[in-house]
Design a protein around this ligand. Structure first.
Ligand SMILES: [Zn+2]
Length: 131
């Protein structure tokens, strides 16, 4: 096998752009005040994009903002007044923790439970990490 062939073989075994990963294009966060509540209008868009359960995502956002809320036909209604930037940074933190693979940085991951421990399993590189 010559050098070119070796190089080619190496490339076949390693997914392309391993270091850069393939990041989502994040939808723009749309929030609206409703009295003392903050409504995340396009909440379901994020859950769909991340391929995550709406309840899982909403619980995370609520915990991180230290408030309660509920899902109302694809919208997330949060108790309290929050700026759009606050909500955006919580959603970004969620993707770092629960969507992107810690090894290869790709978003092709699945959440699963093993012996009561939540694991993030990567479909691209096969890594499993507790989250
Ligand atoms: Zn991975």
């Amino acid at each position: 096998m010559d050098y070119d062939e070796m190089l080619k073989k190496g490339r076949e075994e390693v997914p392309d752009d391993l270091s850069s990963g393939e990041r989502f294009e994040m939808p723009e966060v749309k929030t609206r005040r409703e009295g003392s509540k903050t409504v995340l209008e396009n909440f379901s868009e994020f859950a769909d994009k991340f391929n995550r359960d709406q309840k899982h995502l909403s619980k995370y956002i609520q915990n991180e903002l230290g408030t309660a809320g509920h899902i109302d036909s694809g919208k997330l209604v949060l108790n309290g007044e929050f700026r759009r930037g606050q909500v955006t940074s919580r959603i970004e933190a969620y993707t770092e923790e629960y969507v992107y693979c810690a090894e290869c940085n790709r978003p092709d991951t699945k959440l699963l439970k093993e012996k009561g421990v939540e694991m993030l399993k990567c479909q691209a590189c096969g890594a499993r990490n507790p989250v």
